[in-house]
Design a protein around this ligand. Structure first.
Ligand code: ZN
Length: 65
């Protein structure tokens, strides 16, 4: 039991060491893009998106907020 827990702890530690740099940078860039880029319809302020898509109401291209 104790040996199994130690093995699991070691595995988690190894995975964490190898995964930490990649996931940290990826998560930072992704969250930054999602949080900063908000596109809104010029005619419908309630219509927003995280991508420059078209407004579903008037088909106008959403502009960056
Ligand atoms: Zn619109």
């Amino acid at each position: 039991m104790l040996r199994k827990l130690t093995a699991v702890a070691l595995a988690v530690g190894v995975v964490g060491v190898f995964a930490a740099p990649g996931t940290t940078s990826a998560a930072t860039s992704d969250s930054r893009a999602d949080a900063a880029d908000v596109y809104v319809c010029p005619m419908h302020p309630e219509v927003t998106d995280t991508r420059p898509s078209a407004c579903p109401k008037c088909k106008m291209k959403l502009v960056k907020k």
